[in-house]
Design a protein around this ligand. Structure first.
Ligand code: FAD
Length: 600
């Protein structure tokens, strides 16, 4: 059996050496994130993930959340208690503003902690994750009264939050939202409509649930310009903060799903009995704009789900490969006994792919988190802008590429287990099933790729893409000029990868305007190409730093050497995909679009 162990040495390496936690901790407001505090937080989180959340993961998968006959929702055995401990330990408010009871720690540090929750029990953490999204949606545009009324309890976790965007006819296209919000003349609104697929739309963790709901007022313009954002609590909150009457929102049903069974995915009916009382957030008709403010963080978090699942699937597969005895590995001396499957070169290939993918997606995500912190807190306006441009460019990569990669990793995890991977008792299959949603919710990979080619590449004529490519080239050059053969080889591959990314961007910018359907048909390969090269960039940086430590005799030599070998493997076997993807992009014809719809 495999028990989740947070990869603390690796996390520290990425946090400090690649993402610069020391620098982030010097930003105004983050001074409390000293090395001692960070260490204590990482170690405590690791214990909670291993001892409390990881053992519940399989329980949640088997039992699932259930809607009872009386309309209430019961979460799996042990989850409610785990949530209570989670909140009591302060995990819910780790990165939230101290004004509302949070600890105000950097997102970068929060990302490593979040990875642990996703690795050990992604379905459990969705409640906290959606609550973070709801908090952000109130915190930025909400009035002081709204913030005072709802945020302290949400930050403490006493009340959970949800995000209600999706309706049956409005998924990727939120312009089609039909839920109505009718002003009552007293500052409140009555909300009517049905939302589907609402994560933790109802549950038994908390006494109240604060729904953030997209809806239209009666005179709102058509399309996305007519959508407003409302707070609709499950239980109304009196002016003195006490709980009042039950609001007119009901959980009508829960979905039966492929994975994340512990997370109740609800159909919510608003206003079946006269209208659900709602409070406007910010101004009317600016709801989608407000959603976009929190979108970066929400998409980043789903990317972190990918990192977490990749790490956990890798750990489980590695443990199994060391135990399972089958066959005699090729190349061992004659007469050697049969041994564990980890000796087979193909198993090594799979484990290295899993390991390198987890490390690459983690490094890219943490570096992006550090830029988010800088974009938020850097005292220099120009630096703030530069970091924000980088964040905007990277978010679709973190969301789209990390989650697509996680699914491949989880699939390899099943493969390493052989037949035992396909049966449920090893747990490998659960990661495969749980990860499948990650490329769908919070904007499908197709939607991320549309964003990446449009707003993130074509809109500025490829300017930010070229800046990022320039940074990557610097690392490739340093690697290629290194005396060490491994680093030299990584540098050569990274150099080719960056050239491929540049060529793809140079093709895309004019194509986006001139042949938009062809450009959109290659959007996902374009996103994947940048993801793979970004992963090589960060692993390459890691290899350079590891080589320096080895030269200077600082750090754990075994760990550092493994970093270099993992980066070399990534360079040899994953970076070459970039050139192929560049061809897919730049030589993309309209063959994908040539058949008439009825020919399918
Ligand atoms: C388990 C689960 C939890 C969820 N949690 C929440 C939640 O808490 N709150 C919430 O509001 N929603 C939630 N959702 C909804 C989720 O965000 C949507 O399912 C998702 O946005 C896709 O919308 P859709 O299902 O309508 O698919 P569709 O939009 O119908 O998409 C179907 C296919 O068409 C593609 N497509 C659509 N438009 C385009 C386009 N313009 N360009 C290219 N391809 C396109 C998509 O990529 C996809 O492959 C959840 C869904 C699930 C399954």
């Amino acid at each position: 059996m495999s028990q989740y162990q947070a990869p603390l040495a690796e996390m520290r390496f990425v946090l400090y050496e690649l993402a610069g936690l020391d620098q982030v901790a010097q930003l105004p407001g983050y001074e409390e994130a000293t090395p001692d505090v960070a260490t204590a937080i990482l170690e405590e989180a690791a214990k909670f993930a291993t001892n409390v959340l990881d053992p519940l993961n399989v329980v949640g998968d088997r039992e699932g959340s259930r809607r009872q006959d009386d309309g209430t929702v019961r979460t799996p055995t042990g989850f409610k208690d785990a949530y209570r401990q989670f909140c009591e330990n302060g995990w819910n408010g780790l990165t939230k503003h101290p004004e509302f009871g949070g600890q105000g720690l950097p997102l970068l540090l929060g990302s490593a902690v979040e990875e642990m929750w996703h690795s050990s029990n992604v379905a459990f953490n969705l409640c906290a994750m959606l609550t973070q999204g709801a908090i952000e949606s109130i915190e930025l545009p909400g009035s002081d009264a709204l913030k005072r009324k709802f945020l302290p309890n949400m930050v403490a976790g006493t009340w959970a939050g949800t995000m209600n965007l999706t309706e049956a006819q409005a998924g990727s296209d939120l312009a089609a939202v039909r839920t109505k919000a009718v002003p009552q003349g007293d500052g409140t609104y009555k909300v009517f409509g049905n939302k589907i697929f609402i994560t933790y739309g109802d549950h038994d963790y908390t006494e109240n649930i604060i729904h953030l709901v997209l809806a239209r007022t009666p005179d709102a313009p058509e399309g996305v310009k007519g959508i407003s954002l409302f707070v609709v609590p499950k239980v109304l909150v009196n002016d003195d903060g006490s709980l009042g009457a039950r609001n007119d929102v009901q959980c009508v049903s829960l979905e039966h799903k492929l994975g994340i069974h512990a997370s109740p995915t609800a159909v919510l009916a608003f206003g079946d009995n006269g209208g659900a009382t709602g409070y406007l957030v910010g101004e009317e008709n600016r709801g989608l704009e407000y959603m976009f403010i929190m979108m970066n963080l929400a998409r980043f978090s789903v990317g972190m789900e990918g990192v977490g699942i990749a790490e956990r699937a890798y750990q489980r597969a590695a443990a199994y490969a060391k135990e399972r005895v089958q066959g005699r590995a090729v190349g061992l001396e004659k007469g050697a006994p049969t041994g564990p499957i980890i000796e087979h070169p193909d198993i090594r290939r799979m484990l290295m792919t899993m390991r390198a993918s987890a490390e690459a997606t983690r490094a890219v995500a943490y570096v992006t988190a550090a830029a988010m912190d800088n974009a938020l807190r850097h005292p220099d306006a120009e630096a703030k802008k530069r970091h924000q441009a980088f964040v905007d460019f990277m978010i679709p990569i973190v969301k789209g590429w990390s989650t697509e990669t996680a699914q491949k990793v989880a699939s390899l995890g099943v493969q390493v287990h052989g037949g035992m991977g396909f049966v449920e008792e090893t747990g490998a299959a659960q990661y495969y099933r749980d990860s499948r949603i990650m490329t769908i919710y919070e904007g499908t990979t197709g939607i991320q790729a549309n964003d990446f080619i449009g707003r993130k590449t074509a809109r500025d004529g490829g300017a930010v893409a070229r800046v990022v490519a320039g940074e990557m080239e610097k690392v490739a050059k340093e690697l290629a000029g290194h005396a060490d053969a491994n680093l030299k080889a990584i540098g050569a591959r990274l150099g080719e990868g960056v050239a491929a990314a540049r060529a793809a961007a140079a093709w895309l910018v004019p194509a986006f305007g001139a042949q938009p359907r062809v450009a959109h048909a290659v959007a996902v390969p374009y996103l994947e190409l940048w993801g793979i090269v970004a992963g090589g960039w960060q692993l390459g940086r890691g290899a350079l730093i590891a080589a320096k430590h080895l030269r200077e005799g600082t750090g754990d030599a075994r760990f550092l050497t493994a970093k270099i070998h993992t980066a070399r493997f990534y360079g040899d076997s994953m970076l070459p995909q970039a050139a192929g993807l560049a061809r897919t992009v730049t030589e993309g014809s309209d063959a994908a679009l040539a058949l008439a719809a009825e020919q399918f």
